[in-house]
Design a protein around this ligand. Sequence first.
Ligand code: FPP
Ligand code: MG
Length: 322
Amino acid sequence: MNFVAALNEAAAKNLRTLEEQIRQAISEDPFIFAACEPLIRGGKRLRPMLFMLCANAKTACPPEKTMPLATALELIHTASLVHDDIIDTSKRRRGVETANSKYGAQIAVLIGDYLFAKAFQLVAENDYGAEVSSILSKLVKNLCVGEIMQDRSLFVVPTMTEYYTRINLKTAIFLSSCCKLGAVVAKAPSREVENLTAYGAGLGLAFQIIDDLLDFFGDETVTGKPHGGDLKSGVITLPVIRALEVSGDADKLKALVTRGEVTAEDIDAAIKIIRATDAVDYCRTRAEAHIEAARVNLPLTLKTSVSLALEQIADFVVDRTR
Ligand code: FPP
Ligand code: MG
């Protein structure tokens, strides 16, 4: 399934408007449009959709109140991916060549900065107020801290706690902030803001665990990026951490992932060792536990259509192939 199948008619209409708004946001400069349009095209729109669903959780929130911020969230996400690909020297993303591969790191940094600046322009020009700006600033700070934490410990095996801290900063806080922003823009009572934020946090942890599994075992033609990318750039994730705990070949795996240079044969050898353990099932079970925690936090007071969509997004996150 895809996200769109999880949406009711009103939400699907909002998504179509969002696509137009995103294109418009990158249309001011011809070079930026040419560089960003292919990148923007392949996104799942999970973040803006979570925001819009939470903003419409009890009563309809007018699109003029949600669209600029929804667009800004997708632009911030894309900016972070453009910068992430520079850091990781990745060549493919969302099924197309990355900005750094196409234009070089110097221009790619500026493309990311442009998208980021455009996002904050949309927020500033639409009177969202200090609380929204504060949530956005904190989520971006956390993204940066998560990424710095990751890049300061490349080719080093993290503890489970370090891994969870990292994926919380890198991903879960972004998704929980999208839910929180929706509830805040809709002026929901504080209990509901907290519950929707907790839903997003569980969803985010599960999302990143599945992302880390797909990095090893996903179909490249579906994920849009080559597999083994994390190991290649020295990022050690849950499938490896778990395999190191239980594998008879743990010493061999550890040597492969910490040597500082990973070849295509190393990736195949690591995958073989991981597959021979319970690591894949373990990661799935962990992701499902976080999804369950997310579901438990869904307030009972939401509109049925929104509640259903958020439930189905939870299903999608663990079943997804991209
Ligand atoms: C992708 O995750 C990347 C992130 C979740 C965050 C990257 C954040 C930054 C570069 C700092 C913030 C920058 C700005 C401009 C807001 P991943 O590397 O686990 O997944 P992947 O396999 O898709 O690359
Ligand atoms: Mg990356």
